[in-house]
Design a protein around this ligand. Structure first.
Ligand SMILES: Nc1ncnc2c1ncn2[C@@H]1O[C@H](COP(=O)(O)OP(=O)(O)OP(=O)(O)O)[C@@H](O)[C@H]1O
Ligand SMILES: [Mg+2]
Length: 233
């Protein structure tokens, strides 16, 4: 078990990322977990990618508008990486160092799945880009919300109503199924970091399962014990 990391200002916060296809429930579950952690006295930063810092939010608009699509998936991956690096260095790493819990909606696994697998990019290139983007900031835990592609699309469509789909939502069911398989393959390769959660269940049930996982991680990292000790000293 990895020991918690000490920083100048105390114990480093946990970095938890949420992954899964459109409509899998990432936003819903981040809000639930943030509420759970705050009730336990944690300082929580809920953030998202692409975006999460002023520089990265500017790139988010460019990326999601579809105007970089003609540049091809490799150049698009570089733009995602530039946005990610800004978010990492300006926002997430400082937050973690000051002990905050950081919950991030999409991170490296979205790039691996969306640009790498369904964009058919060279795995060596993808790894190099990832390394440059995150500079060592790996998640402590990645929650993969797993859903049949059809169910996710139905949810995303229902939520959007008559609004326009962004460019990633316009793609086919078959593409969604490939992404689901790619997420499951990542989880099989990195079982310590990645936990698959069946997302086709009531939101409250999923939220409780995630809360149990995160509470256990806090105990493993000595965070629960630390807080209790502070109370009684
Ligand atoms: N467990 C659940 N059961 C049924 N509906 C759900 C569940 N979780 C979320 N929803 C609903 O499904 C829709 C998509 O959920 P949410 O926005 O949390 O997904 P998301 O993964 O953040 O999607 P996106 O990738 O498009 O941002 C919302 O309308 C939400 O209320
Ligand atoms: Mg969302």
């Amino acid at each position: 078990m990895t020991l918690h990391r000490k920083t100048a200002r105390g114990v480093q916060g946990l970095f938890i990322t949420f992954e899964g296809g459109e409509g899998a429930g990432k936003s819903t579950q981040i809000a639930r977990l943030a509420e759970h952690l705050r009730a336990d006295g944690d300082d929580v930063l809920a953030t998202r990618e692409p975006g999460g810092s002023p520089g990265a939010e500017a790139l988010r608009h460019v990326i999601l508008s579809g105007s970089v699509e003609p540049f091809g998936p490799a150049m698009e991956a570089l733009l995602f990486a530039a946005a990610r690096n800004d978010h990492v260095e300006q926002v997430m790493r400082p937050a973690l160092r000051s002990g905050r819990m950081v919950l991030c909606d999409r991170y490296i696994d979205s790039s691996r799945v969306y640009q790498g697998v369904t964009g058919d990019l060279d795995p060596d290139l993808m790894r190099a880009i990832e390394r440059a983007a995150i500079n060592g900031l790996m998640p402590d835990l990645t929650i993969i919300l797993d859903l049949p592609a059809e169910v996710g699309l139905q949810r995303a469509n229902a939520r959007r109503g008559a609004g326009a789909a962004d460019r990633f939502e316009k793609e086919t069911i078959e593409m969604h199924a490939r992404r689901r398989d790619a997420y499951l393959a990542i989880a099989a390769e990195e079982p310590e970091r990645c936990k698959i959660i069946a997302a086709d269940r009531p939101a409250g049930e999923i939220a409780r399962e995630i809360a149990v996982l995160v509470d256990q991680l806090k105990v493993d990292r000595g965070m629960k014990a630390r807080r209790a000790a502070e109370v009684f000293k």
